[in-house]
Design a protein around this ligand. Sequence first.
Ligand code: UT7
Length: 325
Amino acid sequence: MSGSRLLGTGSALPAQVVTNDDLAARVDTSDEWIIERTGIRQRYIAGEGETTATLATAAARAALADAGVDASSIGLIVLATATPDNTFPATATKVQAALGCNGGVAFDVAAVCSGFLYALATADSLLRTGMAKRALVIGAETFSRILDWEDRTTCVLFGDGAGAVVLEAPEAGASDDPSGPGIIATRLHADGAQHDLLYVDGGPSTTQTVGHVRMKGREVFRHAVVNLADVLQEVIEEAGVSVSDVDWVVPHQANARILDATARKLGIAPEKVIVTVHEHANTSAASVPLALDVARKDGRIKSGDLVMLEAMGGGFTWGASLIRL
Ligand code: UT7
């Protein structure tokens, strides 16, 4: 049976833009270094009153409006974040309260930069069981609040933001014809042995602090290209399509060089890859739904297109999902 259908997308960004030159005034870096090594030109940083929940709620409202459905029809909210408003309750429950659709299922998933892929797969699975008819799947982050602003190797890489999609359960008896709308195939992975390459050095049960992002960037880069190419290949095989059938790839936006290297490895034309890292930087779990929304709203991704979503992040975790819009 084919998977849940995507009815609409939305996104939200904080008001404040921070350029590479702004950062060069604070740490020993330069616009040239950041652009050459990452493609990033600017990022959005949350200000006073902006939190993961407020960004998530704004993205969710935009997705509901795009889908043309009312919040009261949402029975499930799955929110991917590594930067929740509070240790508990889940930020998803704050979004639920803000939207006024209380009573259904609402929880967060933690898979860092792959969080949206994990959330999408979880929501799709629950919708297929009949747990709810419609879901909001959200990726939302305020990574600026867990950055070490003295560490030039990480603080230049990340930004804040949120993206959301509305999913609807597949109709009973829907065929698994990949030309019909819906999630066609998804694959998720994790490798806990790689914890020390990308992690936060704090937490409630260890230091009783929030902690800061720590990353061995060069090693993460190397793993990212291999893992992403492998999981994309797995999903393509599982779906029974070929690389050339894929209309668009919407990758996690960590580094323009990772996007190029992964596309080259698989023989994907660079013009089929949606790139927003120059404008948003790495927004962790928000980056895939944010980029998807940008490319739908600017008219590149259209109804009927075959779209591959993919991400890799701390854990390590990684995954990919093929969707017919
Ligand atoms: O979202 C989760 C997944 N995350 C990722 O996928 C990130 C993957 N990694 C990367 O994107 C890249 O490895 C980085 C952008 C983090 C770094 O690029 P790189 O080409 O791998 O640089 P590097 O870490 O090898 O550093 C090269 C040099 C070093 O100096 P030395 O040792 O060669 O003298 C760094 O100290 O660049 C230096 N450097 C900087 N210089 C200016 C590191 N950060 C900066 C900086 N400004 N911000």
